[in-house]
Design a protein around this ligand. Structure first.
Ligand code: C5P
Length: 306
């Protein structure tokens, strides 16, 4: 085997409750992750012998609207760090090329960078036959970033701690989504800092039992009513035009609307696939977003496709 391709989903947060800033600069979260059918593909290829050992080359392609040219293609990329850390931990590293094919919006609040890092871990783990246990891979992913462990599991999960302590949550029915993409991204760190300014008195985050019950019963309308993101106000304060995008989805009759993660992508829950197409068309007509994507959830996590 000389190449492994892994498909990995984006996420939307169905609840994102954010506590006060901790000593280490992070925030305690209650984070209900939901994996949706917007996929990046990551291919890891062993390079010819004679290449410098341990050297990692990264190439990025993809949907222009997802912003692939804004992905760093050097060692600052989380996918490169993921491969380097796995090589270091297992002693298994050989020279590789990582090809990222992006569909997940870059810096869009859908954890695309984290998804690529998770997919790289799975691809390198398979290529190098490290035999690492799933829990060890999850721990390594959590060290790389708060959102890197979830795409290994996929489906729907409750994340606590800084988001990396995961517990699967039952999702009783498929959910149909529209994502409205904005021009340019938002920095997660900046959005958290804006949150601290807006909510210096933030309480400890609590999981919403109404959301958990709605998910388990597959009641999309009740899920829509329970969607909640504490970072929304912070993201809108940095990008006021997002409030117009959210309003168009609401007026179009979405079951629920929210900013996805730290934004600027906005997410709209639809009753079914046709309703999702209708809401997407309405958003484009209103000229309140750069592009829309329709998708469904939940879907499985990172998986080897070839
Ligand atoms: O963990 P990750 O590198 O993805 O986090 C990016 C940034 O988001 C952090 O540097 C921090 O500013 C913020 N963050 C936070 N609390 C969390 C997760 C992320 O403040 N639980």
């Amino acid at each position: 085997m000389t190449a492994v391709t892994v498909r990995v989903p984006a996420k939307v947060n169905l609840q994102l409750a954010v506590g006060p800033a901790r000593e280490d600069g992070y925030h305690d979260l209650v984070n209900v992750f939901h994996a949706v059918s917007v996929f990046d593909e990551v291919t890891v290829t062993a390079r010819e012998p004679g290449s410098a050992p341990g050297e990692i080359i990264l190439r990025v392609t993809g949907e222009t609207g997802s912003g692939p040219t804004r992905v760093p293609d050097d060692t600052s990329n989380l996918a490169v760090r993921a491969a380097a850390v796995l090589a270091h931990e297992t002693g298994a590293g050989t020279p590789i090329t990582i090809d990222l094919h992006k569909n997940i919006p870059v810096a869009g609040g859908m954890a695309g960078g984290s998804a690529d890092a998770a997919a790289t871990l799975v691809a390198c783990d398979t290529l190098w036959k490290t035999g690492m246990a799933q829990q060890d891979l999850l721990d390594l992913a959590a060290r790389l970033g708060s959102d890197v462990a979830f795409p290994l599991l996929g489906r729907t999960a409750l994340g606590t701690g800084r988001g990396e302590v995961l517990e699967p949550l039952p999702c009783g029915g498929g959910l149909h989504w529209v994502f409205a993409l904005a021009e340019g991204g938002l920095s997660t760190g900046e959005v958290f800092r804006a949150y601290d300014r807006l909510r210096p008195d933030a309480p400890q985050p609590q999981c919403d039992p109404a959301l958990v019950a709605a998910l388990a019963s597959g009641d999309a309308a009740a899920v829509g009513a329970a969607l909640d993101n504490d970072l929304q106000r912070a993201a809108v304060s940095l990008r006021p035009e997002l409030s117009h995008t959210l309003a168009v989805g609401e007026e179009a009759g979405a079951l629920g609307t929210l900013v996805s993660g730290s934004g600027p992508t906005c997410a709209f829950l639809a009753a079914d696939e046709r309703d999702a197409q209708r809401i997407a068309a309405r958003l484009l007509e209103a000229g309140r977003c750069a592009r829309t994507i329709t998708a469904y959830g939940d879907v499985p996590g990172a998986s080897v496709v070839s």
